[in-house]
Design a binder for this molecule. Structure first.
Ligand code: IGP
Length: 268
């Protein structure tokens, strides 16, 4: 069986099967990119900076620039560059920058500005439902993009291949055993386990440790990231020695002094 080269493929997604809040958001995002050019252009070299940053000693922090969310509404009117600099000073290893405009108050300019101003590698945090979104991420200087198995399903492997074609690392996000199986099958090198169920927005901090253990037991030797809901060093302790990295947004973004909040959170 031959597959068309990644630069010409537009994998089919069944977004009407995605439930709840998540379903609404991805349907809007697909409409935003309806008719966009799916061409990726020539292959770009892989720097693997995002992956490299997370492989550092101990539990690495991915700090998120998140001004609003469906679960909390407005969080804080962060200046993206100031926030990125504060996170870097506080000890973050990498950044996550929301570019979704309607529910997370994100913007492409935030990502471009952050990449131009700080040295940490940055993830484009968005609901990727079209190849053009990956091409944009690479053009804007992101080191990585988020790929959600709950959205991409059987197209996960194709999107992973497209991200790698563009020289991007991919954070492949899962929330259940069956989604983890898809990520492992697809050949993900970085897997994020989201404690938040994006269809109900409920948080369960037991989800990450459980699925991270399962991934390791299955022989996965890539990078594992615990995502969402972390507010205290005690909560981070639940994934120390287990996850390579943790992704934190709201609890940092909502604090008065972002650099100090970052240092406090990382205190063992
Ligand atoms: O704000 P929190 O609870 O610290 O979570 C951060 C991050 O994990 C969360 O923003 C997130 C994880 N996966 C996502 C997918 C889309 C949008 C947002 C997310």
């Amino acid at each position: 069986m031959t597959r068309p080269p990644p630069e010409s493929s537009l994998p089919l997604l069944n977004l009407s099967a995605v439930p709840g809040v998540l379903g609404r958001i991805v349907t809007e995002r697909a409409a935003d990119y309806d008719g966009a050019d799916p061409a990726l252009g020539p292959a770009r070299p892989a720097a693997r900076r995002f992956e490299g940053a997370l492989r550092g000693a101990g539990l690495s922090l991915i700090a998120e620039i998140k001004r609003a969310s469906p679960s909390q509404g407005a969080i804080a009117p962060l200046d993206p560059v100031e926030a990125a600099q504060a996170y870097q000073q506080g000890g973050a290893a990498a950044l996550s920058v929301l570019t979704e405009p309607r529910h997370f108050d994100g913007h492409p300019d935030f990502l471009r500005a952050v990449v131009g101003a700080v040295s940490l590698p940055a993830l484009r945090k968005d609901f990727v439902v079209h190849p053009a979104m990956l091409r944009e991420a690479a053009d804007w200087g992101a080191s990585a993009a988020l790929l959600m198995v709950s959205v991409l399903r059987e197209a996960t492997a194709a999107y992973l291949e497209m991200a790698h074609h563009l020289g991007l690392d991919a954070l492949v996000e899962v929330h259940s055993d069956s989604e983890l199986d898809v990520a492992l099958q697809a050949g993900a090198r970085i897997i994020g386990v989201n404690n938040r169920d994006l269809t109900t927005l409920d948080i369960d901090l037991e989800v990450s440790p459980r699925l991270i253990r399962r991934a390791r037991e299955a022989g996965f030797d890539g990078v594992l990231v615990a995502e969402s809901g972390y507010r205290t060093p005690a909560e981070l302790a639940q994934v120390r020695g287990l996850a390579d990295a943790v992704l934190v947004g709201s609890s940092l973004a909502g604090s008065a002094d972002l650099a100090q909040a970052t240092r406090d959170l990382l205190r063992e």
